[in-house]
Design a protein around this ligand. Structure first.
Ligand SMILES: Nc1ncnc2c1ncn2[C@@H]1O[C@H](COP(=O)(O)OP(=O)(O)OP(=O)(O)O)[C@@H](O)[C@H]1O
Ligand SMILES: [Mg+2]
Length: 326
């Protein structure tokens, strides 16, 4: 199967400092990919760069293709069609993404006009259908509400309705539930699953919560300091986590059943782009580090189908596997 979206060697620098340091990632049609990692590791920048949404001072290089069509450096008209059309994105903060002085129905209708050429009664009817689809009660009346009249969860549903307006093949949802309480969070995640089943769209779910991603995604990519350090199908990642950073995040995961306990956070924090360690960026925080970790950035090694990790321990395991096979 050929990928819907492919990122290759995607790098982003702000003021000469690299925030993304070579991202390789494929999203297949219809699949749900989770992107996890602590704050500042580059999750949002990855997709903002892919969609040409970073400020002009950002230096972006590498390749981003949508079914073979290069998007990096594409003409503004091409990008306008893709964004909100074939690829939609829900941003981290729903409150600041909706225009506070425009009624919510109008904002959905505007997206329908832009991406599907719908106007007047047709746009209104489709906006109501989308509100129904995303579970906004009393949809017909709610079209005339202002953003401040809705709860955070309802505003997030409006954002999802706007994202669906262009019938996207891929929805990138950046922390769609962080600002919401746990019950509403679960409802929004369930909604995203239902929509995926109904529409067949692919989903990239960005989260700092491995638990959220485990429940909603087929595959997980773990990011650290501007790189993907491990990726695997969800069951595989939980069964055989390899990168010490992934192990740290798993250790920080509260048990699904049983009493909630405090998160065992990984000591230290993600390095700033201007203070990137030599070699493996995680080494300074890694309990397993050896002097070799500080020599070179470890390459991603295949451990099993779809499972890769970028750690010299994985390199050793890969070599071992080859030796056994030979
Ligand atoms: N416009 C910008 N100018 C300069 N640096 C930026 C800009 N946007 C992001 N960065 C830097 O890029 C790095 C990655 O940021 P990014 O927003 O992608 O993190 P994230 O993984 O989405 O974190 P969070 O979980 O907090 O949303 C950070 O070091 C951040 O400071
Ligand atoms: Mg972010």
């Amino acid at each position: 199967m050929s990928a819907l979206v492919s990122l290759r060697g995607l790098r982003v620098a702000f003021d000469g400092q690299f925030a993304l340091r070579g991202i390789d990632l494929d999203v297949q049609p219809g699949e749900a990919v989770g992107l996890v990692g602590e704050s500042g590791c580059g999750k949002s920048v990855t997709w903002l760069a892919a969609l040409g949404l970073l400020p002009a001072k950002a230096r972006v290089s590498g390749s981003v293709t949508l079914q073979g069509q290069e998007l990096l450096g594409a003409a503004p008209a091409t990008l306008d069609k893709v964004r909100g059309g074939r690829i939609a994105m829900i941003f981290q903060d729903p409150a600041s993404s909706l225009n506070p002085v425009i009624r919510i129905g109008r904002q959905v209708e505007e997206a329908l006009r832009l991406h599907r050429g719908l106007q007047g009664a047709a746009a209104r009817a489709e906006a109501k259908r989308l509100f129904d689809q995303v579970g906004i009660p009393d949809a017909a009346r709610r079209l005339d509400a202002w953003p401040h009249e809705l709860s955070g969860g309802q505003n997030q549903r409006v954002m999802i309705a706007i994202a669906l307006a262009g019938r996207p093949e891929l929805l990138v949802a950046d922390e769609p539930t962080t600002a919401l309480d746990v019950t509403i969070q679960a409802q929004i995640l369930a909604l995203l699953q239902d929509l995926r089943r109904e529409t067949g769209m692919a989903l990239v779910l960005i989260s700092h919560d491995l638990g959220v991603v485990a429940e909603s995604c087929d595959r997980v990519c773990v990011m650290y300091a501007g790189r993907i350090v491990e990726q695997a199908p969800v069951e595989r990642l939980f069964a055989a986590p390899t990168h010490p950073y992934t192990l740290g995040l798993l250790g920080a995961l509260p048990p699904l059943d049983g009493p909630r306990r405090r998160l065992a956070a990984i000591p230290g924090s993600v390095p700033e782009p201007c203070a990137m360690p030599k070699g493996c960026a995680f080494a300074p925080r890694c309990a397993e580090r050896s002097p070799a970790c500080e020599i070179a950035v470890p390459a991603a090694i295949d451990l099993a189908t779809g499972h890769q990790a970028a750690c010299i321990r994985a390199t050793a395991m890969g070599l071992l596997k080859e030796t056994v096979a030979a």
